[in-house]
Design a protein around this ligand. Sequence first.
Ligand SMILES: Nc1ncnc2c1ncn2[C@@H]1O[C@H](COP(=O)(O)OP(=O)(O)OP(=O)(O)O)[C@@H](O)[C@H]1O
Ligand SMILES: [Mg+2]
Length: 262
Amino acid sequence: MKSVLTVKDLQASVEDKAILKGLNLEIKQGEVHAIMGPNGSGKSTLAYTLMGHPKYSVEDGEVWFKGQNVLDLSPDERAHLGLFLAFQYPVSIPGLTLANFLRTAVAAVQGEKVGGNGNGNGKPAMDLKAFRKRLGEKMDLLQMDQSFARRYLNEGFSGGEKKRAEILQMAMLEPEIAILDETDSGLDIDALRIVANGVNALAGPKMGVLIITHYQRLLNYIKPDFVHVMAGGQIVDSGGPELALQLESDGYDRYLHGSETE
Ligand SMILES: Nc1ncnc2c1ncn2[C@@H]1O[C@H](COP(=O)(O)OP(=O)(O)OP(=O)(O)O)[C@@H](O)[C@H]1O
Ligand SMILES: [Mg+2]
């Protein structure tokens, strides 16, 4: 049976300001969803709220995944359950290689699953040899140079390299639903391609993806099954890939009428 992430009437605020105003969304394992929408419409707030960031308070609504109320779980528990939210890695840790970081991350998310907390997915904890083998395979799949894993985590990483590390982390954790927020500044075309190729290589029957982006361009590389428009803290329209093309030519004007985003 496919796992489903269900968001029902989610209302969330940050610094006492209501941002999400009754958001509904359903993502099944195996589906690729894209959310687009104007600046300030609450896209990142949705990602942070689903991750359980302490700054974002849930005022109302529900989030369900595999029979569990996600909103009752810590960020760690959400990861154990099979949710992946980008920006989970620390900013920069001198002396820690990406490979060692990933080994710790995989052990934290998957190793303990075996310990019988009820979330187990039956994967055995990995020994070092098995870990190295899988890391090598995933790097091949993502067409990454093997030497990249020997770099110190985020030390001097370019924007594109940070994206690579993030996608590699997603590949290693094998989440059932991954949420990627292609936030703000300066993703150049290479970084967009890294994200797109990664999602295309990894998305499949076992992994569903929610990709949040402003960049119509990104959706030239990733074919989403569903495109949603977010405005004023709600999903105001949903459709297929053609909706992204329509947004590119028409903009968001028709959604902004009558809703305030500022
Ligand atoms: N930590 C915060 N403190 C104060 N206000 C915040 C915080 N995070 C978000 N907001 C406010 O919430 C609103 C929605 O922001 P959010 O980042 O979710 O929008 P977004 O759709 O991701 O925008 P963008 O397209 O620019 O990434 C904005 O008005 C923003 O100023
Ligand atoms: Mg954002």
